[in-house]
Design a protein around this ligand. Structure first.
Ligand code: PEP
Length: 261
């Protein structure tokens, strides 16, 4: 499948790490180390309270601002939630939706993931929709049916144009934050399968235009091999996105990957 039809993206997921006062120093270090050549889009998805400081620090650079969640509601009596309009107002370009940690610790369902994704698209912001199997599901041979179910549920009621504006992140739960990366072949198998699900549910054109990421212990050492796979268009990076040198190396790996295409 030809990668020229879609954008490569390296997105950091800072999770509940980093203080607002640390954003500036991080961005300065990252800017100094990342390649000048633009071989991919770059985003950092920060905790809500860190986002304004990150926005200020990244101003004028190619690093886009991302959030880690959004409310499915527009406004009103939803204590603790943050709306898509509020995120848009501060310049947010990406929102992670349905991360396995939100599904696991906050009971997020496939229906909620779909509702949040639709809200995000309506605001002109890119949802990074996470799907992935547990170790138990993998061991029982349920990976592909589970992924198909999650992808179809997340994309319910979307137009083809909306699907093309989504980013899907394949994140095997057993590989997140564990140091256990899926092999490049395991990751490619599922990313290729996801593209096939989109082809079946929508069209070949939409399938070849949708950006699909791998996430799960991607680091400076394994990024090149993973990003070299035909259906892996980038990465969602947790731990390694907290270290400017490592994150810059992963960004640079997309340059080497596209040079080899
Ligand atoms: C993530 O949280 O999305 C993630 C991929 O984490 P890590 O890279 O630390 O496994």
């Amino acid at each position: 499948m030809n990668k020229k039809y879609r954008k490569a993206l390296i997105a950091g997921n800072w999770k509940m790490n980093m203080l607002p006062s640390e954003a500036k120093g991080f961005v300065e270090a990252l800017k100094a180390e990342m390649p000048k050549q633009k071989s991919c889009d770059v985003a950092i998805c920060a905790p809500f309270v860190v986002m304004p400081a990150l926005m200020k620090a990244t101003g004028g650079s190619r690093i886009a601002l991302g959030a880690q969640d959004v409310s499915a509601h527009d406004k009103g009596a939803y204590t603790g939630e943050v709306s898509i309009a509020q995120l848009k107002d501060i310049g947010t370009k990406y929102v992670i939706i349905g991360h396995s940690e939100r599904r696991q610790y906050h009971g997020e369902t496939d229906e909620l993931v779909n509702a949040k994704s639709l809200k995000t698209l309506d605001a002109g912001i890119t949802p990074i929709i996470c799907v992935g199997e547990s170790l138990d599901q993998r061991e029982r041979g349920l990976t592909l049916p589970h992924i198909e179910y999650q992808v179809r549920a997340a994309l319910t009621a979307m137009s083809e144009e909306q699907v093309r504006r989504c980013v899907i992140a394949y994140e095997p739960i057993w590989a997140i934050g564990t140091g256990k990366t899926a092999t490049a072949d395991q990751a490619e198998e599922v990313c290729e399968y996801i593209r096939g699900v989109i082809r079946k549910a929508f069209s070949a054109r939409t399938a070849r235009s949708t950006t699909i990421l791998y996430g799960g212990s991607m680091n400076a050492g394994n990024a090149m091999e993973l990003l070299g796979k035909a259906d892996i268009d980038g990465g969602l990076i947790g731990g390694a996105s907290l270290k400017p040198t490592d994150f810059a190396k992963i960004i640079a790996a997309t340059a080497q990957e596209s040079a080899h295409e």
